[in-house]
Design a binder for this molecule. Sequence first.
Ligand code: ARG
Length: 571
Amino acid sequence: MNIQKFLKKKIKKIYKKYGISNDLDPIIRKNIKNNEIDYQVNGIIRFKKITVFSPYNLAIHISNHMRKLNIYKKISVLPPGFINITLKSTWLNKCINNMYYSKNFNISKKTSKNIVIDYSSPNIAKEMHVGHLRSTILGDVTARVMEFLGHNVIRQNHIGDWGTQFGILITQLQLKSYKSYNNIESIYQKAYLKYQNNPVFKKQAQKNVVKLQKKNQNCLKIWNILVKSTIQKNNEVYKKLNVSLTNNDVRGESFYNGMLPDIISDLKKKKIAIYHEGSIIVPLKKFKNRIGQNMGVVIKKSNGAFLYTTTDIACLKYRCNILKAHKIIYYVDKRQTQHLLQIWEIARKAKYVNINTILEHHSFGMILYKNKKPFKTRHGKVIRLLDLLNTGIHRAEKIIKKKNPQMHDSEIKSVAYDIGIGAIKYFDLSKNRKSDYVFDWNQMLSLDGNTAPYIQYAYTRIQSVIKKNQSYNNLYLYPIKIFTPYERTLVLTILQFEETISQLEKHGTPHLMCNYLYDLSGKFSKFYENCSILFVQEIHIKLSRIKLSMLTARIIKKGLYLLGINTVSKM
Ligand code: ARG
């Protein structure tokens, strides 16, 4: 049940009576500050010019109509034109019981859309590092949420498996043979130095890129080995991170290589691309360079090489024509905003993208170190993602050992995994993705505050409450009912789960789910401190409270699942 949406629909009908046009949706705000008021209708002031009424009078009229629906305990109008709503507890009772008995929390399924989510997408030949964390986990949350809502999610790991870096690597591997490719990163670093300082090497590397593009057998063979071994390593990271990407989702830059010549000739034919000093460019009026001139985006260099942009245009065409995407979401850091706007503009001009197809860039900020500089090792090196995850698990292990000296080693290991990984992911997800944040081990592993361990701990506590009261098997005889203000607040918050998911779906902002779970856990604590379960005599109250606890636990578990975080049974 999405109360916000329900109210919106009802109030919209009333709006119509006053000639307010269909595309002016009622604005319904959840009220967080005042316990007496559940929701507020905002934005009536906007209708000043549309109706003969003053906003205040209009609000009065609207509220009079609203009263005909038997779900409000109190409706009051506040100048200049707000309507405050308090819902009837009997209605909340009805909603919460429906939710309790629904496997899916009574959340309405959407008409299934094809949603392509481009995320993680690291460049191959380098190991995944801290910089890949955000795209990988933010994108994964959206994939889980969309799937939960019934969409057909197409995950795309657009790995950088093509281009100059392979020319460099292939050249190095032709010069020197290596026993294993386990350490591609360091081979690449050495080769890159050569590339920068040795003109002969550089020339050869550039030649190899062209050769690779022309499908030279030897180059292809080396390339294949490099790509396979890096993908394998990345899979280790995904597994550890509990991220739902698999080999089937990999569709990297190389995949589109064969389509590029056709794209170029098509764009030329459509007069979108032109020759310019030996290269082929797409002039774009919307984009200006540093000195204010119209910008031309290069799609083929004078030496015949294609670019990242060219690949992304082909990729967009593929996603629309072949994958039939209704919506494409890119989880790429904010430095690539302009790049994406450009390829979208070009692809739309060329009609590779349907007008109705939605293209979204869910950009995100950087992870910083305490000194507000990019998060690196003490020696200024990038931090391998796998090392970071292992450190998190290790730190969690120490904390758990100290708290539970009697816990078995194997259990400690498994709990430490869920806590460590959960802490890292949650800390990141709980920040608004648009902002940078400072990485802080102590904060993320703390049991206080808006952290994964806090929520995981709340979950184990609720589980033990349920366990203590397990002996009742006639739960179905007694509905959940609101008896005290604590229960009312908890019920209302539980009912706001769907609103939270739909906000998250709309904006790709997992921090809203984190805030919600934190709030829910707090409300449960308040309820539990103030409403006895074990010692209450009346069976109908007792069982209602047990059911409320069970529903809270289910919501927390599902909420964490959507964030890609596991619950634990003990901690
Ligand atoms: N490989 C790119 C990078 O590491 C990210 C790719 C994002 N996806 C895309 N379709 N361009 O910067």
